[in-house]
Design a protein around this ligand. Structure first.
Ligand SMILES: O=C(CCc1ccccc1NC(=O)c1cccc(C(F)(F)F)c1)NO
Ligand SMILES: [Zn+2]
Length: 416
């Protein structure tokens, strides 16, 4: 296929209009909103994909995602960056020594029986987070990939850095949770904090980004914003609208609890309203966005009714801020829908238009019966009420007023 770059897009497009058709999978349509030629770093290696392919519960997903992105020709528009492994002392910047030591120990155990159970329970290893051979090695690779992406942003190598193998937002300082073992997001944000003083973390996953919020709940230097399903008994159970952060971090944790069935238009309207007021007041210097795809229609989680459209609109909105942006994966249990969504988000970042049809490739059959690149919104009943959502938004906007009051009086904290 023709190696299409932004600059020759116009010529190619004109030729295509004249009927000269190149064998390109995706047409570069100048009308597609292009973020002025953002430099997009894409962190991956065969080793990273192979390691993530062995993760419990999402076995094989990393390969499906990367293969679709590669087949669509998107690697021609990114700067591919090979990840390093996270070093132990880096991982200790967040996680406790005893927890890391425990992960090391179970890393080499082959059969679970040898692991003493109450210790495993203490560290969150249970059904949700099975003891898995090589789990430390894999989690350290994933953390290293997110650190590599964050470093690329700090060094100005790229404007956007993507790691679809990252985004493990539940891991706590001394325990695994929601089968997240090492919190690569917290480590990535700590790396960005070496360069930036005010960072906004956005969590689009179906589940509340509790591990990241907890890590930064008492500091104003990281503002966490999470939109998630919030209902009795639904994991992790935190993230109520009243959860606004603690002490010096009060009002710097923002939570938007949602009900089942929410659809693209409403979801993006809420996101845009909250993100706009937060960013106007807080004036972030960098953005981290966790794009967990388990909110998509057709996900086995069976909760929200989103498609790639609302995820793309949210990322467009974030990229329009023209700030260094770290883009990460997360949940997503329909592999084909997760791959469709993250391929669209990669295309948004590089300003490419994607074809209607999934191109033929190794995992083509996973996309049956439609073999289309778009995700169909389901028709699950939407339990969200417009007035309730607008009420939450105005309350957050109200808190933003409070936040602006704090910022004025708290100049010491917000030294740029
Ligand atoms: O997606 C998550 C974690 C979901 C989780 C939390 C706690 C305990 C178990 C899980 N994972 C699942 O429920 C799960 C994992 C893989 C596949 C599925 C499926 F049933 F939806 F397919 C469900 N966080 O963003
Ligand atoms: Zn999730």
């Amino acid at each position: 296929s023709v190696d299409v770059k932004g600059d020759c897009a116009k010529k190619l497009w004109d030729q295509q209009k004249k009927g000269v058709d190149y064998n390109v999978y995706s047409r570069v349509d100048p009308e597609v909103k292009n973020h002025g030629e953002l430099r997009v770093g894409y962190v991956y290696s065969k080793e990273l994909i192979d390691a993530c392919n062995d993760l419990p519960r999402i076995a094989g997903r990393a390969g499906v995602v990367h293969s679709l992105i590669e087949t669509l020709g998107l690697l021609a528009d990114v700067i591919t960056i090979s990840p390093r492994k996270g070093k132990e002392e880096e991982i200790q910047r967040f996680h406790s020594t005893d927890f890391i030591e425990f992960l090391h120990r179970i890393n080499s155990v082959s059969d679970e029986e040898k692991v003493n159970t109450e210790e495993a329970e203490l560290y969150g290893l249970s059904y949700d987070c099975p003891v898995q051979e090589g789990i430390y090695d894999c989690a350290a690779l994933v953390a290293g990939a997110t650190l590599t992406a964050a470093e690329a942003l700090c060094e100005g190598i790229c404007d956007v850095a993507i790691n679809w193998c990252g985004g493990w937002h539940h891991a706590q300082r001394s325990s695994a949770s929601g089968f997240c073992y090492i919190n690569d997001i917290v480590l990535g944000i700590l790396k960005l904090r070496e360069t930036f003083s005010r960072i906004v973390y956005v969590d689009l996953d179906l589940h509340h980004g509790d591990g990241v919020e907890d890590a930064f709940s008492t500091t104003p230097h990281v503002l966490t914003l999470s939109l998630h399903k919030y209902s009795p008994g639904f994991f992790p159970g935190t993230g109520a609208a009243s959860d606004v952060g603690l002490r010096r971090g009060k009002f710097y944790s923002v939570n938007i609890p949602l009900m089942d069935g929410i659809r693209d238009a409403q979801y993006y309207a809420v996101f845009k309203r909250v993100m706009s007021s937060v960013c106007t007041v807080y004036q972030p210097q960098a953005i981290v966005c966790q794009c967990g795809a388990d909110g998509l229609a057709g996900d086995p989680m069976g909760a929200f009714n989103l498609t790639e459209v609302s995820y793309s609109d949210c990322l467009h909105h974030i990229l329009d801020l023209k700030l260094p942006t770290l883009v990460l994966g997360g949940g997503g249990y329909s592999y084909s829908n997760t791959a469709r969504c993250w391929a669209h988000l990669t295309a948004v970042a590089v300003g490419r238009k994607l074809p209607q049809e999934v191109p033929d490739h190794r995992y083509y059959m996973d996309y049956s019966p439609d073999f289309e690149m778009n995700i169909q919104a389901g028709n699950r009943p939407d339990l969200n009420k417009d007035e309730e959502l607008m009420d939450i938004c105005s309350r957050v906007a109200g808190d933003s007023e409070l936040l602006s009051h704090l910022l004025k009086n708290d100049a010491v904290h917000m030294v740029s």
